[in-house]
Ligand binder design. Structure first.
Ligand SMILES: C[S@@+](CC[C@H](N)C(=O)[O-])C[C@H]1O[C@@H](n2cnc3c(N)ncnc32)[C@H](O)[C@@H]1O
Ligand SMILES: [Mg+2]
Length: 222
């Protein structure tokens, strides 16, 4: 299969199943116009996150890595009116674009964008009693994924779902140390998922508009 075919099938699914809409497309357009990198989840991956949150009945969601808020909108749309999503973003400019997109999507009342390195904002969130979360979506700097997994275990409840994006990295996950810090961060995280008795996990490869990648999915069992 070629990239062209993967994208064509994604397009077919989008047309048929309506994975995104004008609001989500506008969020993507505004992010592009602001010069943000094109590294958001695809429409179908966003829809998958939305469905996972709905299946879980999530009332509190934590996202690490906001960018322009595209995945945030997919996730926040799953929340009940009194639900809450906290999303952590390092870059002030990204957070500014995300806040505008989230407000345009009518979700500002239930979404909070926190600016700063996540390893600094996560302890603050804990100190404030920000959890427990029902779903955590990890999609920021890959070298810190092992820390983000540990923080997820601290802040999420038993039964919570953890989704980690980009665990294939175009195959670089197989390269070990040669794959660089990002691949190494993902490998360490996958090893933690495998050996932690509190977690039941799997990883799934994906192809589509964003090429060859994949996500890991875990549930906290105890
Ligand atoms: C892949 S993008 C997130 C995409 C978004 N989840 C989506 O699918 O629409 C990763 C984001 O994480 C942010 N980031 C990188 N390092 C970070 C850190 N240490 N703390 C918080 N955010 C970070 C980047 O600035 C970037 O906006
Ligand atoms: Mg990603």
């Amino acid at each position: 299969m070629s990239q062209q075919q993967w994208s064509a099938v994604d397009g077919y699914f989008t047309d048929l199943l309506g994975a995104d809409d004008e609001t989500l497309q506008a969020a993507q357009r505004e992010s592009d116009a602001a010069g943000l990198p094109p590294i958001a989840v695809t429409a179908h991956q966003g829809r998958l996150l939305h469905l996972l949150a709905r299946i879980r009945g999530a009332r509190r969601i934590l996202e690490i890595g906001t960018l322009g808020g595209y995945s945030t909108i997919h996730l926040a749309r799953s929340l009940p009116e009194d639900g809450r999503l906290v999303t952590l973003e390092y870059a002030p400019r990204h957070a500014e674009v995300a806040r505008a997109n989230i407000a345009r999507a009518g979700l500002a009342d239930r979404v909070e964008v926190r600016v700063g390195p996540a390893l600094e904002t996560l302890p603050v969130l804990e100190a404030e009693g920000g959890g427990p979360f029902d779903l955590v979506f990890i999609d920021a700097d890959k070298d810190n994924y092992p820390h983000y997994l540990e923080w997820s275990l601290r802040l999420a409840r038993v039964g919570a779902v953890i989704v980690l994006d980009n665990v294939v990295l175009g195959g670089a996950v197989l390269d070990g140390a040669a794959g660089g810090a990002r691949a190494q961060g993902v490998r360490t995280t996958l090893e933690l998922l495998a050996k932690d008795p509190r977690l039941d996990a799997t990883a799934v490869q994906t192809v589509g508009d964003k090429g060859w990648d994949g996500f890991a999915l875990a549930v906290i069992t105890g």
